[in-house]
Design a protein around this ligand. Structure first.
Ligand SMILES: [Zn+2]
Ligand SMILES: [Zn+2]
Length: 130
């Protein structure tokens, strides 16, 4: 007999990304109602210099993101497996600061210890300054 499937919601955002409604606790409650094993929050990784702030949190909001997900994890412990993730956008045409951007992302991934870093196929292109 094959093992039962592990059903996770594996791609969702918080209001910090400005294109989601509802708090992580509400999402976790929905996951529980629907019988999912868990849920992975994958807010867009914050980027420096105000890059695409309209669809992602600012770097200064990252700690809040971690706290929001941690609150849901604690509240639903033993019932819904709540994980911290990041949706990482590829930085193209980032000019002189590309190395700084990449190292910032790497530092954030290491420091915050997300469970999952999900590469995103969309490229974020910084406008060229003329
Ligand atoms: Zn997404
Ligand atoms: Zn998104």
């Amino acid at each position: 007999m094959p093992p039962a499937p592990l059903l996770y919601e594996s791609h969702c955002h918080t209001p910090l990304c400005k294109h989601a409604r509802g708090e992580p606790i509400e999402y976790a409650a929905a996951a529980e109602r629907r019988g999912l094993k868990g849920i992975v929050f994958t807010c867009h990784c914050p980027l420096p210099d105000g890059i695409s702030l309209s669809v992602r949190m600012a770097p200064g909001q990252y700690d809040r993101y971690i706290a929001m997900v941690a609150e849901a994890r604690e509240r639903f412990a033993g019932r819904v497996d709540v994980r911290l993730g990041l949706e990482s956008d590829y930085l193209r045409n980032a000019g002189m600061t590309s190395l700084a951007n990449i190292s910032m992302l790497e530092r954030m991934r290491c420091g915050a210890r997300p469970d999952i870093a999900m590469p995103h196929t969309r490229c974020v292109t910084r406008p060229r300054l003329t």
